[in-house]
Ligand binder design. Structure first.
Ligand SMILES: Cc1cc2nc3c(=O)[nH]c(=O)nc-3n(C[C@H](O)[C@H](O)[C@H](O)COP(=O)(O)OP(=O)(O)OC[C@H]3O[C@@H](n4cnc5c(N)ncnc54)[C@H](O)[C@@H]3O)c2cc1C
Length: 583
C-alpha cells in the first residue's frame, strides 16, 4: 500500500496542521511489554555497564564484546530483527526506551547502536532470505558483532563519493580500498562495506572478518567515547563469494542513506538518555557543595541551568517519541511476510527522514548544551577528569558529527521540506502562508500556531523569490531548518504536556512548566531566525515591508521565566533526579 493512500501523518506536514491537532505518541503511553523490556535494559545498564565504566573506557574490547553478548541474552540486540531470524520484531518505541537506558554509558552505547542499528539493519532491510538466515540469528544473540563501513578518508559528508572498488572475478567479488572511522572495527565479525562495482555503481557487500584480504588499522585516539573501537578497515584484494552482494548492484546509495535515517532517529533518543544521567549527577553535586553558606542549588543561576537541563530532556524525549510514533504507525502497515517487506519498511522510514534529521540535530545540540551546563555548575570540578561532566562533555561532542554532521542534516531538513512543498500533491506552502490565523485558546498552543504562521510566511517568501536556489545560500537554508526544528520541538513538548494534564499524570504540572519555558525561549529564537531569513531575501524598503508584515502578526505575551524555572528546579532538587520517567 502506498503511504500516500493511508491516513498516516506525512513527513513534514506538521507545519500545516493546526497547532496540537496531530496524533502524537508519548512515553507515558508505553505498553506494558515495552516498559518491561526497558526496565530489563535499565537493570542491565545499572548492574553490568555503569559499574564497569572505567574498564569500558580503557578500551577493553573483550569486555564490550561480552557485554554485547549479555545484551543479546536479554533480547535487546534483536529487538528490531524479524522473529523468523531470531529477533523479537518489536516496535521502534520499545527500541527507543531501551536506547535511552543504554545511552547512560556513551562508549558502550556507541558500540551497541553501531551493532544493532547501522551494522545489522542493512541486512534486515536489504538482505535476501539466505543472507538473513546466515547472519541475523547470530547478530541477534551477539555471537557475532557488526559494523558499517561507508566513510573513507576522502569521502565523509560526501558519503557517496567512495573510492573503494569491487570487481567480479571468477564468481568472487574482489574489494580494494580503505574505510575510515569504522565503529566496532576492532571486534566486528561482519562488516557491511560500501564499494563501487567497476568504479561506478556504489554497492553494499557483507564481508566477514575471516575473509582473505580484510584487516583493520590501529585504534583512533579520540576526544571522547574512548571505550568504543574506531579503526580503518583495509581491503587488499579482499575476496568474498558473489552472493555477499547486499540489495543488488548499484543499491549502495539507497542502503547507505536509508540506514543513516534509522541511525538519526536513534541518536535523538540516546541524547535524551545521556541528558538524564548528566542532570542526575549535577543535582547531586549542586545539593552537596556549598558556597556563601548555601548549597549551589539555592542560587538562581544554578537553578536556571538545572531547569534548562530538564527542559531539554523533556522536549527531546517528546520529539523522539513523536517521530518514532509516526514511524511505528507506518511500519505497522508493512509486513515481513510480503516479498517487498524490507523495501516497504525502508520507504516508511524515508517518509520521516526530515523528522529523523530534526531529532538528531536537536538532540545532539541539546545534550551538548546540557553537558556544558553540567561543567559550569560543577565549577572547577567540572573541568577536572575526577568528576563525571568532563567525560560526558567530551563523549557527547561526537553526536554533532556522526550520522551526518549537523550542517549536512540542517541542509537535508531544508531541502526535504522545500522538495515536499513542490509538485502537484506537495505540501501547501503558499496556501499555508496565506491561510488566516487559527488561534487556539491554550496559551502554549497559541505560541505554536503563531510560530508556524511566522515561519511559513518567511519560508514561502524564500521559495517564491528564489525557488530551490535558496538552498545555495547555506546560511538561509540553515535558518529554514532552525525554524522547522524549533517548531517541531515546541509543538511536541506542548502536546505531550497537554496529554499528561488530561491524563492527570503526577508530573503534569512540572511538564507544563517545562513546555512553557521551552515555548517562550523557542519563540524568541524563531522570531530572530524569521527576521534574519527575511534579511537574506530582501533589502531596503522590501525588507522593511517584509519585517513589518512579520512584526504585524500577533505575538504571545512574554512570560517571566525565572519563576517557572525556580519551580522546575525545586521539583528536581526535591526528587534528586529527573523525575518524569515511564520506566
Ligand atoms: C568516532 C567516530 C565514529 C564513526 N563511525 C563511523 C562508522 O561506524 N561508519 C562510517 O561509515 N563512518 C563513521 N564515522 C564517520 C563519520 O560519519 C564522518 O566523520 C562524518 O560523516 C563527517 O565526515 P568527515 O569526518 O569526512 O568530515 P567532512 O565531510 O570533511 O566535514 C568537515 C566539516 O565540513 C562540513 N561540510 C562538509 N561538507 C559540507 C557541505 N556540503 N556543506 C556544508 N558543510 C559541509 C561538515 O559539516 C564538517 O563541519 C565515524 C566518525 C567518528 C569520528
Amino acid at each position: 500500500m502506498a503511504l500516500e493512500d493511508t491516513q498516516l501523518v506525512r513527513g513534514g506536514s506538521f507545519m500545516f496542521h493546526s497547532a496540537g491537532s496531530l496524533p502524537q505518541a508519548t512515553p507515558e503511553e508505553s505498553s506494558e511489554e515495552a516498559l518491561a523490556i526497558a526496565e530489563a535494559a535499565r537493570d542491565f545498564v545499572t548492574g553490568e555497564i555503569l559499574p564497569r565504566d572505567e574498564e569500558i573506557d580503557h578500551l577493553d574490547l573483550e569486555l564490550t564484546r561480552n557485554l554485547l553478548a549479555k545484551a543479546g541474552d536479554l533480547g535487546i540486540l534483536g529487538m528490531e530483527i524479524p522473529e523468523a531470524y531470531g529477533g523479537l520484531d518489536l516496535d521502534k518505541k520499545t527500541a527507543l526506551l531501551v536506547l535511552e537506558e543504554m545511552a547512560k554509558q556513551a562508549s558502550f552505547s556507541t558500540s551497541y547502536t553501531a551493532h544493532t542499528s547501522i551494522g545489522t539493519m542493512p541486512i534486515v532491510y536489504f538482505g535476501n532470505a539466505e543472507q538473513k538466515a546466515k547472519y541475523l540469528p547470530k547478530l541477534a544473540t551477539g555471537e557475532w558483532c557488526a559494523a558499517y563501513a561507508l566513510t573513507e578518508a576522502g569521502s565523509g559528508s560526501d558519503a557517496l563519493g567512495a573510492k573503494a572498488t569491487a570487481v567480479l572475478v571468477d564468481g568472487h567479488w574482489v574489494l580494494n580500498g580503505t574505510k575510515a572511522w569504522i565503529t566496532n572495527a576492532g571486534f566486528a565479525d561482519v562488516f557491511v562495506i560500501f564499494a563501487k562495482i567497476n568504479g561506478s555503481h556504489l554497492s553494499a557487500f557483507i564481508v566477514e572478518k575471516t575473509d582473505p584480504g580484510i584487516s583493520t588499522g590501529a585504534e583512533e585516539k579520540k576526544m571522547g567515547i574512548k571505550g568504543s573501537s574506531t579503526r580503518t578497515v583495509i581491503l587488499e584484494n579482499c575476496r568474498i563469494p558473489e552472493d555477499r552482494l547486499l540489495g543488488g548492484k548499484g543499491k549502495g546509495a539507497r542502503i547507505a542513506l536509508g540506514i543513516l535515517n534509522v541511525g538519526r532517529f536513534k541518536l535523538g533518543a540516546s541524547s535524551v538518555g545521556g541528558g538524564k544521567r548528566v542532570l542526575d549527577y549535577t543535582l547531586k553535586y549542586t545539593a552537596e557543595r556549598t558556597q556563601f553558606g548555601k548549597p549551589l542549588n539555592a542560587f538562581g543561576l544554578i537553578q536556571q541551568k538545572l531547569a534548562n537541563m530538564a527542559v531539554r530532556i523533556f522536549v527531546g524525549e517528546s520529539m523522539s517519541f513523536r517521530t518514532i510514533g509516526y514511524l511505528d504507525e507506518a511500519l505497522a502497515l508493512t509486513s515481513w511476510e510480503s516479498e517487498t517487506g524490507g523495501a516497504d519498511k525502508m520507504k516508511a522510514i524515508d517518509e520521516y527522514a526530515m523528522e529523523a534529521s530534526m531529532s538528531k540535530v536537536w538532540g545532539s545540540e541539546a545534550l551538548f548544551a546540557t553537558a556544558d551546563d553540567a561543567v559550569q555548575s560543577f565549577g572547577g570540578a567540572g573541568f577536572s577528569a575526577e568528576y563525571p561532566p568532563e567525560k560526558i562533555y567530551r563523549d557527547c561532542r561526537i553526536n554533532r558529527i556522526f550520522e551526518g554532521t549537523n550542517e549536512i542534516n540542517r541542509l537535508l531538513i531544508a531541502q526535504t521540506f522545500l522538495k515536499r512543498c513542490g509538485g502537484v500533491d506537495g505540501l501547501p506552502l503558499a496556501a499555508g502562508a496565506a491561510a488566516p490565523l487559527d488561534l487556539p485558546q491554550d496559551d502554549l498552543l497559541r505560541t505554536v500556531a503563531l510560530s508556524k504562521a511566522r515561519a511559513l510566511k518567511v519560508i514561502a517568501k524564500a521559495q517564491a523569490e528564489h525557488g530551490p536556489k535558496i538552498l545555495d545560500n547555506q546560511e538561509a537554508a540553515a535558518r529554514i531548518a532552525n525554524l522547522l526544528l524549533e517548531i517541531y520541538a515546541m509543538e511536541s513538548a506542548v502536546v505531550r504536556a497537554g496529554k499528561m494534564a488530561q491524563a492527570g499524570h503526577r508530573w503534569a504540572p512540572l511538564a507544563a512548566d517545562l513546555a512553557a519555558v521551552y515555548a517562550q525561549e523557542a519563540w524568541n529564537r524563531i522570531q530572530g531566525e524569521a527576521r534574519m531569513l527575511a534579511a537574506e531575501l530582501a533589502s531596503g524598503p522590501a525588507l522593511d515591508t517584509l519585517v513589518a508584515e512579520l512584526l504585524a502578526m500577533q505575538a504571545p505575551a512574554p512570560m517571566a521565566l525565572s519563576s517557572l524555572r525556580q519551580r522546575i528546579a525545586a521539583a528536581l532538587v526535591d526528587q534528586g533526579r529527573y523525575p518524569i520517567s515511564a520506566v
